[in-house]
Design a protein around this ligand. Structure first.
Ligand code: ADP
Ligand code: MG
Ligand code: MG
Length: 253
């Protein structure tokens, strides 16, 4: 069972006015098969956590540790992290001119699996995954993220998850900008992966809406750059009713 362990993680971002500490001691353990929801107000550092785990160069780790099965993730390059099985859904939000979805996925799968998937089985794999996500087959020939709608971007993320089968999947605001059908399809995709028991999911969200479709095992409240409360799924209901104010009052930012 793969285990991602984050201990006392401190991260700063460089701005024009100098270096600002965003993450202030994050502690979290995610095991394969578990679903953790991280919820919190805007600006609390949720995306910073996601980017830091993926190795985004803008964010400097100033303290703490991140390990995957005891291996130091912070020492790994972005590619090494992906190969080790850490996947960030926001990893490729940019357009990739001239690269089709199907080529992009095959290249990613080759990088992660260490060898190119056999073409015939691969084509079938992609086709079936796209059918499950109710995607038009023509989508595979479009260029990555070029003119994708919000819903198409998210489906493309889940398609990557289904095909690349990471150990730890980090989904940052996967629910934002989705209409109800897209939300259902995306949620079903996450739940399918989860049923396989192979993936540990870190579901980062501002709203409780997606948690009606994806039931987390653990809910964490993120405020002021750290986890300030952790509990079971009932915590999401409490947040829905009471909001985040109780966690942000008197917070120093
Ligand atoms: P969340 O995802 O919870 O809304 P973020 O991680 O995006 O929060 O942002 C947390 C804080 O860090 C905010 O005050 C934001 O302005 C700041 N921040 C995040 N990334 C950057 C960046 N690349 N440059 C400057 N400031 C940043
Ligand atoms: Mg600390
Ligand atoms: Mg964010």
């Amino acid at each position: 069972m793969a285990t991602l362990e984050i201990h006392d993680l401190h991260v700063s971002v460089e701005t024009e006015t100098g270096s600002t500490e965003i993450l202030r001691g994050v502690d979290l353990t995610v095991k394969q098969g578990e679903t953790h929801a991280i919820m919190g107000p805007n600006g609390s550092g949720k995306s910073t956590l996601a980017y830091s785990l993926a190795g985004h160069p803008k964010y400097t780790v100033t303290g703490g540790t991140v390990t995957l099965d005891g291996e130091d993730v912070l020492e790994m390059s972005v590619d090494e992290r992906a190969r080790a099985g850490v996947f960030l859904a926001m990893q490729y939000p940019v357009e990739v001119p001239g690269v089709s979805v199907s080529n992009f996925l095959r290249t990613s799968a080759t990088a992660i699996r260490g060898e190119a998937p056999k073409l015939r089985t691969w084509v079938k794999e992609v086709k079936e995954a796209m059918e499950r996500l109710e995607m038009d087959p023509a989508f595979a020939e479009r260029n990555v993220n070029e003119g994708f709608s919000g819903g198409e971007k998210k489906r493309h993320e889940i398609l990557q998850l289904e095909l690349l089968k990471p150990k730890i999947a980090i989904l940052d605001e996967t629910d934002s900008g989705l209409d109800i059908d897209a939300l259902r399809i995306v949620s079903e995709g996450v739940n399918r992966l989860r049923e396989g028991g192979e993936v540990g999911t870190l579901l980062i969200t501002h709203y409780t809406r997606i948690l009606r479709y994806i039931k987390p095992d653990h809910v964490h409240v993120f405020a002021g750059g750290r986890i300030v409360e952790s509990a079971g799924p009932e915590l999401a209901d409490k947040l829905e009713a009471e909001g985040y104010e109780q966690y942000t009052k008197g917070a120093v930012s």
